[in-house]
Design a protein around this ligand. Structure first.
Ligand code: ATP
Length: 365
């Protein structure tokens, strides 16, 4: 059964001083979905979120929340919860007063306020801080309180504008997991703005990748990572090796590409319609390349010898740069897979499957 559509943007456009910053934006968000708007700085993510929140009105197009047209409707009539980058808690109010503020405005009784404050504090795993002031909390705790404040009014839509970006790396990860747990527990439809690929991949049901106000692709994290529709999506969403070249031959199994630097690469045939002589770019993610010593036997579709230039140990994996003729390949090597001694200048073999080569025609599609 198809789920209810909570948010609909139909051909929405926004201009600032004649510059179109959000273009022909079409999106339907199902009830309970966690959607991320992902893209580089200035691509229009916050502008889109602010139109959904009601802080900005679209110049063209239509915005519907739960089937009702929202163009021109002020934010306080949209039943939203919103969390910003900066916690924006009132410093002179206790945590409890901060969280309960929305209920006070709605004239909820004092007893009900107290009960709901305690419940939501338990939800964000801070049941004991109601009487503290924001300055007596850590950054991560303050952001949890900002989330609690957004949730207490039981919004039909939760909007999060880079809520983790002011936190250090470890806290970010902790709060990311916390957000995931909260979403699974309460199931509120959520729109999350971020320029952090990992955050979007780990949290979202679907990701909307934006670039210069355009939607580049909408898909599940798996689709966005493994089946990108454009060079922009492929390169923005993770590290990759970019190898421009020309299709030199095609057989039943593979498209053979000769790169500008003279490497011969096999890609799976099923990836598109290719013709001999066509200019293409082959992309291979660093983690898809296996690094072995030359003495090991290798039966991969693609296998080239090179020299290990740099190996940087980063804990869970080692990032390597391997020179293959005049091509420099980035390789991400998981610990223990490697059997060599990992010394700079060592002769190595890089191998990868034809299925892991992502081919794109010139022009990016
Ligand atoms: P960031 O990740 O840096 O927050 P973003 O993707 O959220 O970026 P927006 O804040 O939506 O991007 O901005 C999109 C474009 O619109 C940018 O070029 C920005 O300079 C411009 N812009 C945003 N707000 C205004 C405004 N009030 N007046 C004029 N231009 C604006």
């Amino acid at each position: 059964m198809k789920k209810q559509i909570d948010v609909q943007l139909k051909n929405v456009q926004k201009r600032f001083q004649n510059q179109v910053v959000v273009k022909n934006f079409d999106l339907e968000i199902e009830q309970g979905e966690f959607i991320s708007l992902l893209g580089p700085s200035g691509c229009g993510k916050t502008t889109t979120l602010n139109m959904i929140a009601g802080f900005l009105d679209p110049d063209e197009g239509e915005l519907l929340i739960k089937g009702k047209r929202m163009n021109g409707v002020p934010p306080y009539k949209r039943e939203l919860g919103m969390v910003f980058q900066t916690y924006s808690l009132f410093p002179h109010m206790t945590v409890g007063e901060n969280i309960g503020y929305g209920l006070k405005l709605r004239k909820v009784s004092k007893q009900e306020q107290a009960e709901r404050i305690q419940k939501v504090l338990e939800l964000v795993k801070l049941p004991h801080v109601a009487d503290r002031y924001p300055k007596q909390l850590s950054g991560g705790q303050r952001q949890r309180i900002a989330i609690a404040r957004a949730l207490i009014v039981e919004p039909s839509l939760l909007l999060l504008d880079e809520p983790l970006s002011n936190l250090d790396a470890k806290l970010r990860e902790e709060l990311r997991d916390e957000l995931k747990r909260l979403h699974q527990e309460i199931g509120v439809t959520t729109i999350f703005v971020t320029h952090d690929q990992e955050e979007a991949l780990s949290l979202s049901d679907r990701i909307v990748v934006m670039n210069y106000g355009n939607i580049e692709q909408i898909g599940t994290p798996y689709e966005i990572y493994n089946q990108p529709k454009s060079e922009f999506v492929h390169t923005f969403i993770g590290k990759t090796n970019r190898l421009p070249g020309v299709v030199s031959s095609i057989d039943n199994m593979h498209v053979h590409v000769r790169t500008e630097n003279g490497l011969m690469i096999k890609a799976t045939q099923s990836t598109g319609n290719w013709t001999v002589g066509q200019s293409v770019t082959a992309f291979i993610r660093p983690e898809k390349i296996k690094l072995t010593t030359q003495s090991e036997k290798d039966t991969s579709d693609n296998s080239v010898n090179g020299t290990l230039d740099i190996a940087s140990f980063l804990g869970a994996f080692t990032e390597c740069k391997v020179s293959v003729g005049s091509t420099l390949l980035d390789v991400r090597m998981q610990e223990k897979v490697w059997t060599g001694n990992g010394q700079d200048g060592e002769t190595v073999t890089c191998s990868w499957s034809a299925e892991d080569v992502f081919l794109m025609a010139e022009g990016g599609k």
